[in-house]
Design a protein around this ligand. Structure first.
Ligand code: FDA
Length: 304
């Protein structure tokens, strides 16, 4: 219900225009986004690294419809990789296929991703291909398969809300590919996705078990303590060492939980997005949690 409201607001130009004008100046966007520039992102990653937390850097943007814009995105990712290397940051990279031109043409997107991968490979850095809405799932998995033929340091993301995901995890485990498991942040129809939170959660747990048992260094990306507890208990029961998987969370969410997991010896990586195109990402974070909407309102009221 709340999710649907936020998704509807995401299409309202008055609301989105207002949020984009005020988000950085009044500070509420900075909770979830490192800032609009690479320098902001480097500063944020350095700070997290200082606390012993590795990161995954993401240059924000999606649904690029123009070849020149996609080329500019590639340049930004190359600059981010150079930044990680030169500043000796403990970070890898996360990229979105629709940002690299998947809406324009598959081979064009593949070529752009290859350019990013070549630079990452030169530095020995891992690249994660983020998963977008279900209209992209098949093509994203195909991109990942093709890229892996040349670049082993690549992995992708599987969403527990999609009905197809157990099969995809079986394939990715057989390929020995590194998977990040998430619940899924996009509004999906019942034909392809579970609609009840209880089902999405149950599948997250089942898929976590498949990854912990048969996967290669899986990443369980969730802020949900119940999902984390389940994974920890399953790993303990099956004598799966803490070093063979990691948890991932997004910037600005459950810092207490990140800290306590780290203290107990679990790997925790934080997803650090940056860039001017932060609004769609930000709206997805609002849809996830009513308290985040109150947080925005409090910031706006405090500013007056
Ligand atoms: P869920 O939203 O079900 O919340 C369960 C509980 O977790 C809450 O009750 C609360 O206790 C806690 N919680 C959750 N969000 C919180 C918040 N914002 N603040 C405080 N507490 C919170 N999605 C996708 O479709 N493709 C992708 O590539 C990625 N990539 C990605 C990377 C990383 C590192 C993360 C952490 C997440 C993603 N996601 C994603 C997003 C993911 O699909 C999902 O929408 C969010 O992680 C929210 O789901 P949770 O598992 O956290 O639980």
């Amino acid at each position: 219900m709340l999710k649907s409201l936020v998704y509807a607001l995401s299409d309202n130009r008055t609301i989105t225009g207002f949020l984009s004008r005020r988000g950085m100046s009044s500070g509420f966007a900075r909770r979830f986004v490192a800032g609009e520039t690479l320098e902001d992102a480097v500063r944020c990653v350095r700070e997290l690294n200082g606390k012993g937390i590795p990161c995954s850097l993401n240059f924000l943007g999606e649904h690029v419809k123009d070849r020149r814009m996609a080329a500019a995105v590639v340049d930004s990712y190359l600059a981010a990789l150079d930044g990680i290397q030169e500043q000796k940051l403990d970070s890898n990279l996360s990229v979105k296929p629709s940002q690299l031109g998947l809406d324009i043409d598959f081979d064009f997107c593949l070529a752009n991703l290859q350019t990013v991968m070549e630079r990452a490979a030169r530095y020995g850095l891992f690249v994660r291909i983020d998963m977008e809405g279900s209209e992209y799932t098949e093509r994203t998995l195909e991109l990942h398969r093709k890229i892996r033929e040349r670049f082993p340091l690549v992995g992708t993301v599987i969403q527990s809300m999609l009905r197809r995901s157990a099969g995809d995890i079986r394939d990715l485990n057989a390929m020995k590919s590194r998977v990040r498991l998430v619940k899924g942040a996009y509004k999906e129809p019942p034909a392809v996705a579970f609609q009840k939170k209880s089902e999405v959660d149950e599948w997250f747990q089942r898929l976590s078990e498949m990854l912990l048992r048969d996967g290669v260094f899986p990443a369980l990306a969730t802020q949900d303590p119940a999902m984390i507890d389940h994974a920890v208990r399953f790993a303990d029961r099956n004598r799966i060492p803490k070093e063979s998987y990691e948890f991932q969370m997004i910037l600005g969410v459950r810092r207490d939980l990140q800290e306590s997991l780290k203290k107990e010896g679990y790997g925790v990586r934080v997803y650090v997005p940056f860039g001017k195109q932060w609004l769609p990402y930000f709206m997805r974070r609002l849809a996830e949690r009513p308290a985040n909407i109150l947080f925005v309102l409090r910031n706006l009221i405090a500013e007056r």
